[in-house]
Design a binder for this molecule. Sequence first.
Ligand code: AMP
Ligand code: MG
Length: 313
Amino acid sequence: MSDKRAERIADFIEPLRVRPGAKVHLERDFDPRFKAGLKKRDGPELLRTGVSLLAEYQERLAAQDTYGVVLCLQALDAGGKDGTIRHVMSGVNPQGVRVNSFKVPSAEELDHDYLWRYAKRLPARGEIAIFNRSHYEEVLVVRVHPENLIRQKLPEGSFGPDIWDRRYREINRWERYLTDNGFKVVKIFLNLSKEEQRTRFLKRIDLPEKNWKFSAADVRERRRWDDYQQAFSEMLSATSTRWAPWYVVPADRKWFARICAAAVLAHTLMEIDPQYPEVGEEARKDLLVTRRALEREAPAGAHADPYTARHSP
Ligand code: AMP
Ligand code: MG
């Protein structure tokens, strides 16, 4: 059964994957309104299926001690990162998942190399770390606003025009290193249209309980729309690799974006195919000895093994 499920999910996310080496032109190649022929009313059922699949696989991931997962979420403002995290992770055990949000770097962070703060938040084996914004900000906001680069205290001669190609290379190698050492890097870009962003900004202004989500900076960033599209396109072209491909998720319809994000993460976990550790013959024998000892401790009138007594027919 799990093979069929895995195949269906692989087919579903195939159109979202950026082929390594492809030259992406975001607006030409990816439609923010794409919905794979699905209807909104099919959304809840599909999301439930995805979420329970994730719960099942995350439990297995947590039980083993070889692999960890880093899920990177990138988007423009109002792209739906927070909602995606909330919905997609709703079924999993919070003990095995950590969400890290990356903001404007602190003074301490700026006193280190640019990957330092992301490396500090990597998962342990068995864990899923979600990066709400990620090391990709280092070739996005930092590129669109070069004053961020000045603050990074780089040595003379190391921040010429070739810096972005160098960062792409460094990021690719870092992700390769992580993958080779058991840490899968999953990358999702929530692709929002300019008109849908406008609508969501207005909603954040119109509804008082959403006001906190909106800042004047968001409108300033919107004015740089074309520069961001360009930076996203170049990032997707340069950093979608065999070991860590990008998935461009159509984000104008929240219900569809959430199904896609769940599917991409489920696909990764199914590829890892984490297994519960097997208890060896010797360990099993020891357990049975302990079991007999516990049975002998039964107080008068109690079952030797209340669990078996309760669960046998
Ligand atoms: P929010 O996600 O709305 O809380 O905003 C976080 C802000 O931090 C955004 O405006 C990002 O552009 C900014 N940010 C994140 N990473 C960096 C970075 N490496 N350099 C500069 N600004 C960043
Ligand atoms: Mg914001």
